[in-house]
Design a protein around this ligand. Structure first.
Ligand code: SF4
Length: 265
């Protein structure tokens, strides 16, 4: 067995049969730990690296477990026939997978060894040298979040400035080592104006090789998770962006840039 199959990391979920977050049928592995604290986060159980309890439907569930790459790949392997019929494969999500670079690298490498398509859903919060060495050689599609172009507003709503992520987007695009798709959560009060979305879209349009941008409407499905974690839900009763508004944003982006804009992931 290859050495990297023994690499260990911490995850909180594995989701099979997903048709989002990459092409075809996919297995999504959710890694634990994130450097950001986005107010609208729909996976609050991903944020702390520590293993914690969350009450779900009245039952206490442990969120987080330590596993090896081999453990994960045993699950991934179960759906091989579906991947091969759909060009699907493995997607890493979180949290921010780049906070566990050796584990993420080994997972992507193992998937590539099986001939699977690989995708990473991440905001690019790591030194570029890590992304270049550990991730890109084994990655087909980078689904990269850019949430806002203003560093201070980004910090106010997520806890961190965006400088590192925005610079990494350019470096990843210039490397030409994988397909890069930019994703933007459309969040009420944060970035849900045409100007703010166009600022992001224009930057995405300036990234060499980037052709697609996904705009993802805010939802509040995770409200119960905050309750289950005994944490306040900071979005209050923020309104979910209406379909017509999302369509208008898409039209504006496609009018003002060369990008194809898709609503949803
Ligand atoms: S970057 Fe993603 S996982 Fe991390 S806090 Fe923000 S929304 Fe949640």
């Amino acid at each position: 067995m290859k050495e990297y199959m023994n690499e260990k990391g911490r995850i909180f979920d594995i989701q099979r049969y997903s048709i989002h977050d990459g092409i075809g049928v996919r297995t999504i592995v959710f890694l634990k730990g994130c450097a950001l604290r986005c107010r609208w986060c729909c996976n609050p159980e991903s944020q702390n690296y520590d293993i914690e309890n969350m009450t779900v439907n009245g039952k206490v569930k442990t969120m987080g477990r330590d596993v090896s790459v081999e453990d994960v790949m045993k699950v991934v392997k179960r759906d091989l026939p579906y991947y091969s019929r759909s060009d699907g494969g493995l997607t890493l999500s979180g949290g921010e997978s780049l906070l566990q670079p050796a584990f993420s690298s080994a997972l992507l490498r193992a998937a590539k060894d099986m001939g699977l398509n690989t995708a990473l859903e991440s905001m690019g919060f790591a030194e570029y040298s890590v992304i270049e060495k550990d991730i890109l050689p084994y990655l087909d599609t980078y689904l990269m979040d850019i949430k806002h172009m203003d560093p201070m507003k980004h910090k106010e709503w997520t806890g961190k400035e965006n400088t590192l992520m925005v610079e990494n987007a350019m470096k990843i695009a210039k490397s030409g080592m994988c397909k890069l798709i930019i994703r933007v959560p459309v969040v009420p009060g944060f970035n849900d104006t045409e100007k703010e979305l166009l600022d992001i879209a224009r930057y995405a349009d300036s990234l060499p090789g980037v052709e697609n941008i996904h705009i993802l409407p805010y939802h509040n499905y995770a409200m119960g998770k905050y309750e289950g974690l005994n944490r306040p839900y900071s979005m209050g009763d923020a309104k979910i962006p209406e379909t017509d508004r999302m369509e208008a944003f898409k039209k504006a982006i496609e009018r003002e840039t060369h990008l194809n804009c898709q609503i949803g992931g």
